[in-house]
Ligand binder design. Structure first.
Ligand code: 9MR
Length: 552
């Protein structure tokens, strides 16, 4: 039996670009066509045929699609289908994602550790400073000759990783990378963007100011004695639902690991080339980052198997990954691009059979994204055809899945892991690289479909970003938001999204067990309704990329 769909007409609640693709999804109703109505007057402005009903396995239900890509007139509209409630109003506008992009970036500021958020910059979400992290203890697992157990170090700044108050290098690596890549690929989009953060107007684009807040913390996570990088800076256990300043447990740096050290090396090498253009504003920073990256690389080569193992007295996030060839490739690629030293090209691992969608534990694709971006400026050693074909093969796989998907999205049942919304967005990141190389419009359309998916053309009916769309999460697993229940949640945060592997504290039943619908907008549901920096970063990337790349 086919279960009924939850929300009637599922569409991108934030809006569409005039020349972008535009799809909506709806349950299996007895109608042949759908209408686009002017929201103000109710007048029908366009009509098109509905696609056939097809079962979409991840949602375990039948769905019909409405394609109104041909309607390009900016304005505010509703969709109408005989037998269903009309959709909520939505916009078609050239700047449809400008406010979303700024809010997705501003979230990083709102999740900063170690500084008070004042009303001028944080508005109603102002709060006192928490976690100064200027007196952090070296945990037994991280002890070394220069820094025995209990040594006090200082590693301030950085972002809280997610709904918890800890700071993890592995996850910081891909997050910072994605933000810096957004800037490297689409500088024009970010150049004049004003986020109203404390550094605004200092001569650096705000996206770089924000990334720097975390990069400065990362630099302090490197052991000056040997170049190894601590895996995380953390409490022993997770804090309660309190504001940052009220969470006052001892903080520790735990283990130096190969994964953390390589992710650090990759992000620092990339940051070094990005900040090289801002030598006047930040003298010496670029060189310092490159030196730190090289030292980290050397440490990882000497310690290729320092896998993270959670000590018995530490209970916070693991970000543990035992497969490190992709981290080696990524660090080598970034160092190669920045230094043009052929030894780093040689140090890249032979390509795996197929690239995986990027994620905190699967970073090889990031190497190829960077190589593709810089392919015109590499040394003769680099195999340009290989670089292009690696990206194109992956993007074309996802585009093919999108094309044949009954929901018109690249997501399949196995993609609804913890943080499924970021899987959709990271698929879009790869589709966008394919489009940038080969110009195949299907890849741009499939990337748009992924953004639509997380913004409400989703079987749950939710726009998955707090404060955006007509129905978005109100109770994300995010401690500051949970501790300020009188306020709407901090805006601009994308939640993890549906994931059927229930491992949370919820007593309430989930509305559905279907992989694409196993989502609960409740603080208890950290497996589906937490937020995280590595999920917001591809939202920043994709919303900027579609704005920059979609023809006017
Ligand atoms: O995003 C991470 C996910 O891939 C893992 O399956 C999960 C369990 O280990 O952890 C997630 O990351 C969490 C981290 O460990 C701690 N901060 C919150 C993160 C998002 O839930």
């Amino acid at each position: 039996a086919v279960a009924p769909a939850t929300a009637a007409i599922q569409l991108n609640q934030v809006g569409y670009l005039p020349a972008g693709s535009k799809w909506a999804a709806l349950p299996d109703v007895a109608a042949d066509s759908f209408a686009v109505l002017d929201a103000a007057t109710g007048r029908e402005v366009w009509r098109g045929p509905l696609g056939p009903a097809r079962r979409w396995e991840p949602a375990q239900e039948a769905v019909r699609l409405a394609d109104f890509s041909a309607w390009r007139q900016p304005g505010r509209y509703r969709l109408q289908v005989q037998g269903l409630q009309p959709s909520a109003p939505f916009d078609i506008a050239p700047n449809a994602y400008v406010a979303l992009n700024a809010a997705a970036l501003k979230f990083f500021y709102l999740n900063r550790a170690g500084m008070a958020l004042d009303t001028a910059h944080a508005g109603t979400w102002a709060r006192p400073a928490g976690h100064p992290d200027d007196r952090v203890l070296v945990h037994a697992s991280a002890a070394g000759p220069g820094r025995p157990e209990g040594t006090v170090i200082s590693a301030p700044k950085g972002w809280y990783d997610a709904g918890d108050y800890n700071k993890y290098i592995v996850n910081s690596g891909i997050t910072v990378y994605t933000l810096l890549a957004a800037y490297e690929h689409f500088p024009g989009f970010f150049k004049a963007q004003q986020l109203n953060i404390p550094e605004s107007g200092n001569g650096l684009p705000d996206i770089l100011n924000e990334a720097l807040w975390n990069l400065e913390w990362m630099l302090d996570m490197q052991d000056p004695a040997d170049g190894g990088v601590y895996h995380k800076l953390t409490d022993k256990g997770f804090d309660g639902v309190v504001m940052p300043h009220a969470a006052r447990h001892d903080r520790y740096v735990v283990m130096k690991t190969t994964a953390a050290t390589l992710d650090f090396a990759a992000a620092m090498a990339q940051a070094s080339r990005v900040f090289a253009a801002f030598e006047a504003q930040r003298p010496g920073l670029s060189a310092r980052m490159l030196a730190a990256s090289r030292r980290a690389w050397d440490w990882a080569r000497a310690h290729p198997n320092a896998i993270y193992r959670q000590p018995a007295d530490i209970h916070t996030g693991g970000y543990d990954d035992a497969k490190l060839d992709d981290e080696f490739s990524w660090a080598a690629a970034e160092l190669y691009i920045t230094t043009r030293d052929d030894r780093f090209w040689q140090a890249m691992q032979p390509p795996a059979a197929k690239l995986e969608v990027p994620g905190w534990a699967t970073v090889e694709a990031l190497a190829w994204v960077s190589l593709a971006q810089h392919r015109a400026a590499l040394t003769p050693k680099a195999d340009r055809a290989l670089i292009e074909s690696r990206i194109l093969a992956m993007a074309s796989d996802i585009a093919t899945r999108w094309e044949s998907s009954p929901y018109r999205v690249g997501m399949q049942t196995q993609d609804f892991i913890w943080g499924s919304n970021a899987v959709a967005l990271n698929q879009a990141v790869m589709l966008i690289q394919g489009y940038r190389i080969g110009g195949d419009r299907r890849m741009l359309d499939a990337a748009q479909a992924a953004l639509d998916f997380v913004l409400g053309r989703h079987p749950t009916g939710y726009a998955m970003v707090t404060g955006f769309g007509t129905r978005s999460p109100l109770h994300p697993h995010h401690r500051p938001s949970g501790a300020m229940p009188q306020l709407p949640p901090v805006p601009g945060m994308i939640v993890g999204g549906p994931h059927p592997g229930r491992g949370d504290d919820c007593k309430a039943p989930y509305p559905s067990q279907a992989p694409a619908k196993a989502f609960l907008d409740d603080f208890c549901s950290y497996t589906t309704n937490e937020i995280a920096i590595n999920w917001n970063a591809p939202l920043v990337y994709v919303s900027a990329a579609l704005s920059a790349l979609t023809p006017a």
